[in-house]
Design a protein around this ligand. Structure first.
Ligand SMILES: Nc1ncnc2c1ncn2[C@@H]1O[C@H](COP(=O)(O)OP(=O)(O)OP(=O)(O)O)[C@@H](O)[C@H]1O
Ligand SMILES: [Mg+2]
Length: 320
């Protein structure tokens, strides 16, 4: 469905001298494929570039270089009517529905607006009926919420409204960026189950961005691990949870496990050290300053992502 090749996104970060410009290397040469119908999980710590990748797929951010194609067509070159049609197929759900919903729009306006912009409804009544059906579908009582404003809803209800709004244009692909991390743990499962039901019903494909491995593990067919703008490992979800070869993936999995084991970390190392800056990333492998298994070439050469088992990709000189 999607194919990204050598994707880079740099953001300007002022000047470091009279002439030299500084850049945040938010995404720095990432390639991946997303298959139709799958849940593609994207994990990694804060600032590793996950949201930026999601925004590029939704055409909310332009890449600095590299290509991204959707069903064989380069999305970075779409303009006008074709861009509008593309936007209908691809939607994003954000971490904080309170921020992504307009505080001055009622639920019915928020959900019907994209339908009207995309010309999917002939009149207000039809838009209203479609909205009512969508609200039912996402588990909200239509009459209770239709005319409410975002601040009159609970966090879980707001996220359900954002899901309804994303579905309003009948998309095929949804980027869900930390869809439950702002929500009370008791209602997280409800939202995730809803997303899985909708996926089946509407034949959706998801990119699921999260720093919580328990969420991706539960939802994802494949999991991609990012570290400081790079993809370090990519494998089927179950495989990655059992066999991680990159020290950073191991750190992620063991910290998730230590959560469940009540603070008892299974690994003997904790990946100490500050997260290096994305403005001036470390040479060679970006993880080498924090890596207890580093070998000589790690700070000189950049490891390439290569297949080490069927459907399992890794970029590391000294896999564990
Ligand atoms: N518009 C922007 N301008 C400048 N820098 C940006 C911009 N957007 C993101 N960045 C920087 O790019 C890097 C990657 O950000 P991104 O939001 O993609 O990370 P993330 O993995 O989603 O993190 P989090 O888990 O905290 O959401 C960060 O260093 C961030 O500060
Ligand atoms: Mg993010």
């Amino acid at each position: 469905m999607f194919e990204a090749e050598g994707l880079k996104v740099y953001f300007s970060a002022g000047r470091s001298g009279l002439f030299a410009r500084k850049y945040v290397h938010a995404v720095d040469g990432v390639s991946f494929l997303i298959r139709e119908g799958e849940v593609f999980g994207l994990v990694g710590e804060s600032g590793s570039g996950k949201t930026t990748i999601g925004r590029v797929l939704c055409r909310l951010t332009s890449p600095t270089s590299g290509t991204v194609s959707f069903e064989g067509k380069d999305i970075t070159k779409l303009r006008g009517e074709r861009l509008k049609r593309y936007r209908r197929q691809v939607q994003m759900i954000f971490q904080d529905p309170y921020e992504s919903l307009n505080p001055y729009s009622t639920v019915v306006d928020a959900v019907t607006f994209p339908m009207r912009v995309q010309g999917l409804v002939d009149n207000r009544n039809q838009a209203r009926r479609d909205c009512e059906e969508l609200l039912d579908r996402v588990g909200l009582r239509r009459h209770d919420v239709m005319s409410k404003y975002p601040h009159e809803l609970s966090g879980g209800e707001r996220q359900r409204v954002s899901i309804a709004r994303a579905l309003a244009v009948r998309p095929r692909f949804i980027v869900a960026d930390e869809p439950v991390s702002m929500l009370d743990i008791s209602i997280q499962a409800g939202i995730l189950n809803l997303m899985m039901d909708l996926k089946k019903e509407y034949g959706l494909t998801y990119m699921l961005i999260t720093h919580d491995l328990r969420v991706t593990q539960y939802m994802s067919d494949r999991i991609a691990v990012m570290y400081l703008g790079k993809l370090v490992e990519l494998a089927p979800g179950e495989e990655l949870m059992k066999h991680q070869f990159h020290p950073y993936s191991q750190l992620l999995v063991s910290s998730a496990a230590s959560f469940e084991l009540g603070g008892e970390r299974k690994e003997t190392w904790s990946g100490k050290g500050e997260i290096p800056s994305a403005i001036d990333p470390p040479s060679g492998c970006r993880f080498h300053p924090r890596c207890p298994f580093r070998v000589e070439e790690c700070d000189r050469e950049e490891p390439k992502l290569r297949m080490i088992r069927p459907d399992h990709y890794l970029s590391c000189f000294n896999p564990q």
